[in-house]
Ligand binder design. Sequence first.
Ligand SMILES: [Zn+2]
Length: 512
Amino acid sequence: MNTTAPMTSWPPLPEAEVKRRQAAKLRRYLRDSVVPFSTHYREMFQHLKLDPDSFRSLDDLRRLPFTSKADLIPTPDQPQRARDYILIPEQAVLARRPGTILRALLRGRATVKRELEDEFRPILMTTTTGRSAEPVPFLFTARDLRLLAEAGRRVFETCGATREMRLLNMFPYAPHLAFWLTHYGGTEFGVYTLSSGGGKVMGTEGQLRFIAKLQPDVLIGMPTFLYHVLHLATEEGVRCPKLRRIVLGGEKVPAGMRLKLVTLARQLGAPEVDVVSTYGFTEAKMAWAECPFPIHQPSSGYHLFPDLGLFEIVDPKSGEPVPTGHPGELVFTPLDSRGSVVLRYRTGDLIDGGLVYERCPHCGRVTPRLVGNISRSTEVKTMHLDKIKGTLVDFNQLEHVLDDMPGIGAWQIELRKQHDDPHDLDELILHIQKIGSDSDEKLVHELDNRFAAQTEIHPNKIIFHNAEEMRRLQGVGTQLKEQKIVDHRPAAGAVEITSSSPDNPHKMESTQ
Ligand SMILES: [Zn+2]
């Protein structure tokens, strides 16, 4: 129905050809859509005396400064900053757009006006989900919604969905990307979908009723929430024998968490479940997925859509791009979006594999892939564990230790001040739900060993809880996202967020 630029899906291509096509698409995108209609980028291009037509290869991207989360957050001086990133067409510029006048002559002004509205008028808003910062709006036009549906359809395809499957979407009903991508993607793919709205909308018990009634082939949601729902299902004797796929999003998924979910699925009567995870963020307005793979093998990574956007991997300290297949920070540039658009968006996410172009060893698709673990640089916090120096603690790493350890179900890390005194030392308390038959003493000993071996810190206290207490602690059914790390330190010890060491993002460092 739309006559503006059609969506493309490229055939399998070698790295050089992918990059050549991306550069050509980027040049047209900058010239025809972003620079003329985005206040922020128009000013940036003018200020730096850049010409979109001079962008000949992806190396030319380096001439553009990064955009980061901090650039989008409203300030007292600029309460509407995010507006500067929305493509808003101006009549005068539109009239000069190639083909506009001819189309108006041939097909009538009303038709052209409708097409322009379809392309540029925002009709759906999502927001970022940051814990501390104010949410930033990201707008979709009608054309963007078709791109969202197409990206979602491709996610379903990557995950190995078939039209006969039934899907229970347990992402929270909220103005967040995951829910809407699943909704539009499911509709586009043509799979029978029930969107429960997640724990806050229907409660944990509500999810169990839906599982029992729908008998889904696929569950999709956030890993911690799905873990709680499946655990409760085993406690209440719910059966889910058709389950074939668990699709995760919104949080990292350590290997140990996958195993725990597969174990729970077996207890529900589903012996062969693939667990695949997705990666996406508000600013990309899309997400990407892993293809199914044997649980004891490594994932082949997130399968990208090179015609819709491009990733650069950069050294987090210097900002310089790293070679293909090297670790670094993920930087994203869309190639076809309207509405809210950010170029060279610094995600703050570090990937320890990198971007590769070879054929996928699992599904055989030839498409760029992001391989390795992704961790957030903002999850490195300074703690004052002794009187002499602050210690940088990488919570990504602590999460892996906990999720990968057998005998532990759900967990929560709580930060406190000793004696609740803002001037005292910090302490780290572990809340643990025990699964299996190991004694408390054995688990405490092993946890302490694993923490010390990987992170050089010792938990100050380890407290065991039953599943129900853990659900309450994590806010399952009351929060949009389960609370896995809570900071109860009074304001005087405010969290200081820093970037992790670029050489080894997992290494904990001490600073003066
Ligand atoms: Zn694959």
